[in-house]
Design a binder for this molecule. Structure first.
Ligand code: SF4
Ligand code: SF4
Length: 125
């Protein structure tokens, strides 16, 4: 079954929330981790993606145009906070934090069918 990823035409959460995580997730402590040079210290325990700890956030690793075409330039190395963030309906339930980020960019909440291409829709008998 083909799946369509609506996050690739969104990116709102990467330009709305602070992306902070336990400091040792960065690659100067964990090989293959989050590139440390794209992070800054938040406190003694946590780091934050550069660009997300400010008034008009946008993660330094986000490429593209929000609401049109985006991708995370460190996708395989992104932090747990990014991996754990669930888009609405990706697992069959809404996520108000996804909806809130999209609303801040004047994007409507995802609908349950956002994850399917048209040919996946059940056909009427
Ligand atoms: S690291 Fe990637 S997934 Fe995480 S906030 Fe930045 S652009 Fe988004
Ligand atoms: S706000 Fe929701 S739909 Fe948009 S990129 Fe983030 S998880 Fe995906």
């Amino acid at each position: 079954m083909k799946r369509y990823n609506p996050c690739l035409t969104c990116g709102a959460c990467c330009a709305f929330y602070r992306a902070s995580f336990y400091w040792a997730e960065a690659d100067d402590a964990t090989p293959g981790g989050v590139p440390a040079n794209l992070t800054e210290k938040l406190n003694d325990f946590r780091r934050v993606m550069i660009g997300t700890n400010c008034r008009d956030p946008r993660c330094i690793a986000l490429e593209g145009t929000i609401g049109e075409s985006v991708h995370c330039s460190i996708y395989p190395h992104r932090a747990s906070v990014c991996r754990d963030f669930e888009a609405s309906w990706v697992n069959g339930k809404p996520n108000e934090r996804c909806d809130k980020a999209r609303a801040s960019w004047n994007l409507p909440p995802l609908e349950p069918d956002a994850w399917f291409t048209p040919e996946d829709f059940p056909k009427a008998a």
